[in-house]
Design a protein around this ligand. Structure first.
Ligand code: FES
Length: 132
C-alpha cells in the first residue's frame, strides 16, 4: 500500500517592499520562487541558478543576497526589497552614477559589454532626472 504524504510546510512572516506577508512554504522553496511565483514580483530573475550572474539579487535587511541560493524560510521575520521596491510612486529612483559600477559588480555579463551597460544606466538615470 502506497500512502501519499503532504509536504511539510512552515509558516513564515516576511515584509517585502514594505508589505507584510504571512505564507505557508515548503522548506525547499527558494526565495526567488517565493518572490516570483507566490508574490508575483517578476523583477527578480533566475539567470544562471548557480550563484554566478546576480540576476536574482535582492536586499534582505539592506544586505544584497542572491535569492537563487536562499530558502524562503531563511527570510522569516526579515525585510526583503526587490527591484519593484526601488520605485517611488510609478517611477524608479534616479540612479546615483557613482554607484553604477558597484551596483552591477555582482552581475556577470556573458557578452562582456560592461561599458555599454554603464552607458545605458547613465542614459536612463539622466532621462529619469530630466523627466522628474
Ligand atoms: Fe544567477 Fe542567482 S540566478 S546568481
Amino acid at each position: 500500500m502506497i500512502t501519499e504524504t503532504k509536504p511539510t510546510t512552515h509558516e513564515i512572516a516576511v515584509t517585502v517592499n514594505g508589505a507584510e506577508h504571512s505564507l505557508e512554504v515548503e522548506p525547499r522553496l527558494l526565495l526567488v520562487h517565493l518572490l516570483r511565483e507566490k508574490l508575483g514580483l517578476t523583477g527578480t530573475h533566475v539567470g544562471c541558478d548557480t550563484t554566478s550572474c546576480g540576476a536574482c539579487t535582492v536586499l534582505v535587511d539592506g544586505v544584497p543576497i542572491k535569492s537563487c541560493t536562499h530558502f524562503a524560510v531563511q527570510v522569516d521575520g526579515r525585510e526583503v526589497k526587490t527591484v519593484e521596491g526601488l520605485k517611488q510612486g510609478a517611477e524608479l529612483d534616479p540612479i546615483p552614477e557613482e554607484e553604477i559600477r558597484w551596483a552591477i559588480s555582482g552581475n556577470i555579463c556573458r557578452c562582456t559589454g560592461y561599458q555599454n551597460i554603464v552607458k545605458a544606466v547613465q542614459w536612463a538615470a539622466k532621462n529619469m532626472r530630466e523627466s522628474a
